[in-house]
Design a protein around this ligand. Structure first.
Ligand SMILES: [Zn+2]
Length: 185
């Protein structure tokens, strides 16, 4: 008897979620979208993912309403925007990253998350260690650790934003041009 290729016969909601999220690369794409990555080319650069695989994963995520494909009128291309449904995945991704930090990084995580208002470290439960409050996704600052290294001399928009510290959900490209606020968008 051959193994089934998917979880369609499973009743557990975890299996249902994994039908959408369980393929290789998918959670990394969602993570990058939560960081504020929006462009196909930026995902390609940051993830070093084959373009055809990325196109396939994006299509699935748009189909399931995790990402929305938008076409800003002032730009000649489409972008991918994380939806409310996609943002709900942040705690799960944060916990998985924290688990990886604990077990696979020798105590030097490449990235840590801080509360934008007081700089407090956000713990695995999503609580700020300074004010003891749960921190909303949009109030989360990704700050680079010593082990965060760009893959090339010319880091792309997502890597560039993370290397200088970046507020989640903000467009990585607006943060790459410091002190220009929102004048261009
Ligand atoms: Zn705080």
């Amino acid at each position: 008897m051959s193994l089934p290729k998917d979880y369609r016969d499973q009743r557990c909601s975890l299996a249902r979620s994994l039908e959408v999220l369980g393929e290789r690369w998918t959670l990394l794409i969602i993570r990058d979208a939560l960081y504020g990555g929006r462009r196909f080319s930026d995902f390609v650069e940051h993830l070093a993912i084959p373009r055809s695989v990325l196109a396939n994963r994006l299509e699935t995520l748009v189909e399931h309403g995790v990402l929305a494909k938008v076409s800003p009128s002032d730009r000649g291309y489409s972008e991918y925007e994380i939806t409310g449904k996609g943002k709900q995945l942040w705690p799960a991704i944060r916990v998985l990253m924290s688990w990886g930090d604990e077990h696979y990084t020798d105590g030097e995580p490449p990235l840590s998350f801080r509360h934008v208002h007081d700089g407090g470290q956000i713990n695995a439960d999503g609580i700020c260690t300074v004010c003891n409050e749960p921190v909303a996704l949009a109030d989360t600052l990704a700050t680079p650790g010593a082990t965060l290294k760009p893959r090339s001399d010319k880091p792309g928009a997502i890597t560039g934003a993370l290397l200088q510290g970046h507020r989640l959900l903000e467009d990585v490209r607006s943060s790459a041009a410091p002190a220009q606020s929102s004048a261009k968008s």
